[in-house]
Design a binder for this molecule. Structure first.
Ligand code: ATR
Length: 270
């Protein structure tokens, strides 16, 4: 019999995770079934418990439940603590609920797969919400030189940067104070969802810079169009989605799926 996994979100109808994990299962021969579950906004824990009672082994967790999943997990990885969020849950051999986050490593793997500037790079991270917090430590571990967090509400950027002050490489500011040449600019705001562009200065990119948007779609986001017009190479977040899924699959099954060919197939399906 197959082992049951799921992604929990609200809404969840457009999630690509079932498609991705079905492809991983077919590719690796793992006996896995994976479904999408819309949990009530106010009862993620109840939906998880019902899933486990019905034989569920593990889950991905997306908006708006990543903090609820953090609260629910009994054992957290260090990177989940740093992110303050959990996107992957599973039951260990003792029946304890384990929580990890694979978003940050997913971003870094996708950047590496596209030969993005990382080691020694000057990085600008736009936004200071949960999406930003989850990727800072993995970017530091990838060897970036400096990481500036810029946010519409400057105090939130400064507060987020302060969590990583020990590294000596992270600072925070508002958009109006932004200046400098960056090798890598990552949009982790939700502005792209609304078709909006953060108020960015005209000169932002070093030569051969990469602009990355965590959002993705059939068309480039406003931010990626803006960046391309200013000479940057651009990449959207489809690969991050795929790589975080591959890392979750690894946590559950100790089998690492191959992602390059699937990335092309997902791109063609957008
Ligand atoms: P997430 O978990 O996806 O990061 P969040 O915690 O709600 O979501 O954070 C959203 C981020 O996008 C914030 O940094 C927010 O800026 P504020 O802190 O000033 O609210 C940013 N954001 C949302 N819409 C934006 C817009 N139109 N322009 C610039 N930044 C925006």
């Amino acid at each position: 019999m197959s082992d049951r996994y799921a992604v929990f979100g609200n809404p969840i109808g457009h999630s690509k995770s079932p498609r991705i994990h079905a492809a991983f299962a077919a590719q690796t021969g793992e006996a896995v079934v994976y479904e999408a579950i819309e949990a009530p906004a106010d009862d993620f824990a109840g939906a998880w418990r019902a899933f486990v009672a019905a034989g569920g082994r593990g889950a991905n967790v997306t908006v708006p439940f990543k903090q609820d999943a953090f609260a629910l997990a009994e054992v957290h990885t260090p990177r989940a603590h740093l992110a303050g969020a959990v996107n992957t849950l599973w039951l260990d051999a003792d029946g304890r609920v384990r929580g990890d986050t694979t978003d940050g490593v997913g971003l870094v793997r996708d950047l590496q797969a596209h030969a993005a500037p990382l080691a020694g790079a000057r990085v600008l991270l736009l936004g200071a919400g949960g999406a930003s917090r989850g990727v800072i430590q993995p970017l530091l571990e990838a060897g970036v030189d400096t990481l500036r967090v810029a946010n519409r509400t400057p105090a939130k950027a400064q507060a987020l940067a302060a969590l990583f002050a020990g590294s000596g490489r992270v600072d925070g500011c508002g958009f109006e104070a932004l200046e400098g040449d960056f090798d890598l600019v990552i949009n982790a705001t939700s502005a792209s969802l609304a078709g909006e562009l953060p108020p960015l200065p005209e000169t932002l990119f070093a030569s051969e810079a990469l602009a990355y948007d965590m959002m993705y779609g059939a068309e480039p986001t406003v931010f990626l169009r803006w960046a391309e017009a200013r000479g940057a190479r651009t990449l959207d977040g489809l690969g991050m989605l795929l790589e975080q899924a591959a890392e979750s699959f690894w946590l559950w099954r100790q089998v690492r799926p191959e992602t390059a060919a699937l990335r092309e197939r997902l791109r063609a399906e957008l």
